[in-house]
Design a protein around this ligand. Structure first.
Ligand SMILES: [Zn+2]
Length: 115
């Protein structure tokens, strides 16, 4: 399960940030997940519960923000929603388009209770 490995990394990043900031109680962790990453938000939240079990993150919630996929055409500069990784420009039919959004996997912020 690919999501478990990612959840463990997220828990690790959140722990390091919390320790560095001297935070005792993390209530939530905000992550951005691109639509094209293949990560299933429900599976990621479930995996995070496993990763956080018996750690100080046990009662924190993983908040997943899905980033929609966007591709752009270098010829006519049209921005459009790609069909998965299939990036054919609907304006001029070129196949040279680049995906500019939808590949993200970022820990954006952690929500904490001030001690
Ligand atoms: Zn085009």
């Amino acid at each position: 399960m690919h999501e478990l490995g990612i959840a463990i990394r997220i828990a690790d990043i959140a722990s390091r940030v919390a320790q560095r900031e001297g935070v005792i109680h993390v209530t939530g962790i905000n992550v951005q997940v691109g639509e094209l990453t293949g990560i299933v938000p429900d599976l990621l939240r479930f995996s995070f519960k496993i990763a956080a079990k018996d750690t100080f993150l046990e009662n924190s919630e993983l908040i997943v923000h899905t980033i929609p996929a966007i591709a752009t055409c270098p010829i006519c500069e049209l921005q459009f929603t790609p069909d998965g990784f299939l990036t054919i420009c609907p304006g001029c039919d070129t196949t040279e388009c680049s995906i500019i959004k939808g590949m993200e996997l970022n820990v954006v912020s952690i929500a904490v209770v001030e001690s």
